[in-house]
Design a protein around this ligand. Sequence first.
Ligand code: PLP
Length: 401
Amino acid sequence: LNVFGHIKLAPPDPILGTAEAFKKDTHADKVNLGVGAYRTDEAKPYIFKAVKEAEKRILADPTLNKEYLPMRGLDSFNSLARELLLGKGCAAIAENRVATIQCISGTGSLRVGAEFLKVNVNPPAVYVSSPTWGNHLTIFKKAGCIVREYPYWKPETRGIDIEGMLNTLSSAPIGAVILLHVCAHNPTGVDPTPQQWDQIQNVITQKRLIPYFDSAYQGFASGDLERDAYVVRKFVNEGSQCLVSQSFAKNMGLYGERIGALHIICRNKVTAEHVLSQAEIVVRQMYSNPPLHGALIASVILADPALTQSWKVELKAISERIIQMRVRLLEELIKLKVPGDWTHITSQIGMFSYTGLTSQQCENMINKWHCYMLKNGRISMSGINTKNVAYVARAIKHSVD
Ligand code: PLP
C-alpha cells in the first residue's frame, strides 16, 4: 500500500517557481526579474555592514546564550521595533497600549495576526487590495477568515482606482478588517497620496472598519524610515485601533533570519495586556516561541545610535540604486521608442514595478529573452543593474512590438 500515493504534486508557487526556473536556465544573458530580495549592481545578494558588525558583537558577548525566548519574543527587540515603526514620542507607546509580539518575519506576523483576529474578533470579512501579494489571500483564508477584495489598480491610468476602493470600503460590513500596504505596494508599486489616505481613513473611521497595516518595506521605498511610516503613524496618532505586521527582511536584509513583529494598537493599557496574552496563546500553539538570532541582530543595531546611523546610510544607498535603475530603464525604453507611455516605471516606488505587460508579453520576456518575471507583469527592479538594463529594455521592446 502506497500510504501517500494519493497525494498530487502541488502547483509551483508563482514567485518561488520563477526563481527555480531562473536557476535552471543556462543562457548567458538571463535576468532574474522575479527576485523579491535586493541585489547589488553585480546581481549579488547584499549583507548590510551594520548587520555584520552586530553579529560580531553578538558572538563576542559572553552574557548571551541560546535559551528559549518567551512566547512574545525578545523584549528589547519588541520595544525598539515598535519605536522604529511608530516613532519616538508616540502617545500610544507612552500610554503602554501597544501589544507587541516578535514574529517569524512579515509572513509569520500576518499568520499570527490572522489567527488572533479569527479567534478573538471573528471579523465579518477581511478585505485585501486587488491585486495584492498572493500570500495575503491564502494566509487569511488559512486562518478561517472570509477574504474579499477591494479595487486598487486601474489599468487605464496605471495608477490607483481610488473611487472603486472607496466605494467598496463604504459598503463593507461594520468590523471588517481592511488590509493596507504601508508603502511600496506589492505588486503595483503605487501608493495612495496623502489626500487619498485621508479619504481612506475617513471611510474606515465612519464605517468602523479595522485597519491592518502590512509594513514590509519601511525605509526601502524612499530611503527614509520616517517618510515610509507616514500612514501608520497618521492613523495611530489620530486614535486608530489597528494591527501592524512589520518585517525586517528587506530593510535590514535579514530575509532568512525571519525577523518581524506584530503590533496591535489598543484603546488602553489593560486591553493591550489582554490582547498580548491572547496573541501569546496563538504563538504557543503554533510554534511556541520565535527564533533568537535575528531579534538580537535588529536590537543591537537599533539600540546603538551610531550603528543605526550607519544602517540608515546603507538603506538609503540601496533604495537609491533601485530608483536610479527605474530612471535608466525608462531612458532606455524611450531611446528604443517602445510604443506607449512608460513613465509609470519611475513614478512607481519600491522593489517592484507593475509594467502593464500582458501575460503573453511576459511569456515572450521569459521564453525568448530569458528575463524571468511574474506573468502578471510584475518585475523586480532589484534584478536590474547597469549591465543588463539595456538588454531588459530590448526584451520589453521585442515583447511589446
Ligand atoms: N508583505 C508583503 C507585501 C511582502 O511583499 C512581503 C515579502 O515579499 C511580506 C509581507 C513578507 O515577507 P517576509 O515574510 O519575508 O518578512
